[in-house]
Design a protein around this ligand. Structure first.
Ligand code: AMX
Length: 432
């Protein structure tokens, strides 16, 4: 896979250089003050090949939509979900892999999955009541001791070879994540009764196994989960933070840890916990596990009146129901019969968008990926919702780290946009 990546990607490097040399001065966008004041939305300023987000049709990984990937990517069983290994291959190399490519990648990761003892020691030194994302990011940072890129840099390796050691770090890091995530899960919720990895299992299947969830159904769900959360182009907080920190030639462990700290925020990856917290608070307050549509509407309106967001709804780029939401909804329709929590999530899908539309300010009233994911995990017995963002993070590694390898191959420079005092923007607007 490394050779194949290099052969394919080195052509892109020539294209990158040619574009820069021949068209570097071409103007591609104007920037408004509103864009500066609303989080730089819509300002083209990053190069990310792994995926692109369309406001209406949703995410495409190297051009493929989620329904297309569910059909085309190799699976273990004919009626199963695609293996996330295949998506990583696609994001890195730009081609749908053969089944053997995917199985080889699975084996490669299994051989790289050894986690040094000091990483477990670091996790064990953190109080058990610390958030799982605190433990997860500390564990990732502690693995930087193993960074091959950092060692190579310090010995003075030529910059055209940076991608090679970055690739090795990235593969080792991804391979180790299920073990680390499962360790945190079992430590926190199963009294430190840990389960050893099974090297015969695929990457997502092994995560389910080490978490103590052995059924084929959960393994199938986690394969889907790891595919749909993997990437969402380059501007979202976790991807951008990984890229930004990586642009200083910080090692991949530092860069990905930075991405995970961003993912931990409530407007990003923590939203998957918030959805479940919010629904449970509603049920507790209404003293029922079967609220009526009217009760759900009233609770949603109250949340807005209290100046809070309805978690799982809205998006910075999307302007339609997130296809990652739809993929999970289809999964639930196929495999889950009459689950109370999932029924509430489906009712919310009916009633929340008009309520958000009524506010007149929410640009996208439709559900995002986080509106569904927790209810499915909960249904299958992964009930510890404070852990959900860690699962999102394990998946997100696939996209942001495939991009980091590309960044190093292109030789992307340190990122350094300009900032000005507020007064300067007033002056630009002629507003003295
Ligand atoms: N509930 C209530 N208000 C919302 C809202 C929601 N779900 N979504 C947006 N708004 C509000 C914003 O807070 C903002 O209010 P303000 O003008 O008073 O500050 C206004 O609507 C305009 O915001 P926007 O341009 O539509 O959204 P954004 O790009 O600024 O933010 C997002 C996008 C996702 C942060 C926002 O929709 C939100 O907070 N959603 C709830 C949290 C959530 O589900 N996050 C997960 C996103 C997906 C992911 O990264 N995993």
């Amino acid at each position: 896979i490394k050779n194949r990546f290099y052969q394919k990607a080195s052509k892109c490097v020539n294209e990158y250089q040619r574009l820069k040399n021949e068209h570097g001065d071409k103007v591609i966008a104007n920037v408004t003050i509103e864009q500066v004041m609303t989080g730089m939305k819509g300002v083209p300023s990053l190069i990310t090949d792994t995926s692109k987000l369309d406001p209406t049709t949703g995410i495409r990984f190297r051009g493929y939509t989620i329904p297309e990937l569910r059909e085309k990517l190799p699976r273990l069983n004919p009626d199963g979900e695609p293996l996330p290994e295949g998506l990583f291959y696609l994001m890195l190399i730009g081609e749908i892999p053969e089944r053997d490519d995917v199985l080889n990648l699975s084996k490669d990761w299994a051989t790289r999955a050894y986690v040094p003892q000091h990483v477990f020691d670091v996790i064990d030194a953190i109080p058990k009541n610390a958030r799982p994302m605190t433990q997860f990011s500390a564990a990732i940072l502690s693995m930087a001791t193993d960074s091959i890129f950092q060692k190579a840099y310090r010995t003075g390796v030529h910059k055209k070879h940076y991608w090679d050691t970055t690739y090795e770090d990235v593969m080792n890091l991804i391979a180790r994540l299920p073990r680390i995530a499962a360790y945190i899960y079992r430590r926190q919720f199963f009294n430190d009764h840990h389960i050893e990895p099974d090297p015969r299992l695929d990457w997502a299947g092994n995560l389910a196994h080490m978490m103590g969830h052995e059924s084929d159904e959960i393994k199938r769900l986690l394969r889907l989960y790891m595919v749909i959360h993997a990437d969402h182009e380059g501007g979202n907080v976790s991807a951008h933070a990984t890229h930004l920190v990586g642009s200083a030639l910080s090692n991949p462990y530092y860069a990905y840890a930075a991405g995970m700290l961003g993912l931990a925020g409530p407007l990003h990856g923590y939203a998957n916990q918030e959805v479940i917290n919010w629904i449970f608070s509603m049920l507790q307050e209404l003293d029922t596990d079967n609220p009526t549509e009217e009760q759900i509407i009233a609770y949603s309106k109250r949340t807005l009146a209290e100046g809070r967001v309805i978690p799982g709804y809205g998006h910075a780029v999307l302007r339609q129901t997130d296809p990652r939401f739809t993929a999970q909804q289809e999964f639930a329709k196929k495999y889950v019969k009459d689950d109370k929590l999932i029924n509430i999530v489906n009712t919310l899908h009916r009633v929340v968008p008009p309520i958000l539309e009524e506010t007149g300010k929410v640009k996208n009233p439709w559900p995002n990926v986080d509106a569904y994911s927790g209810s499915l995990l909960y249904h299958y017995g992964i009930k510890e919702h404070s852990f959900y963002t860690v699962m999102f993070g394990v998946s997100r590694a696939l996209g942001v780290l495939a991009s980091l390898v590309m960044d190093r191959l292109y030789g992307l420079p340190i990122e350094r946009p300009s900032s000005y005092p507020l007064k300067w923007y007033h002056e630009q607007a002629g507003d003295k």
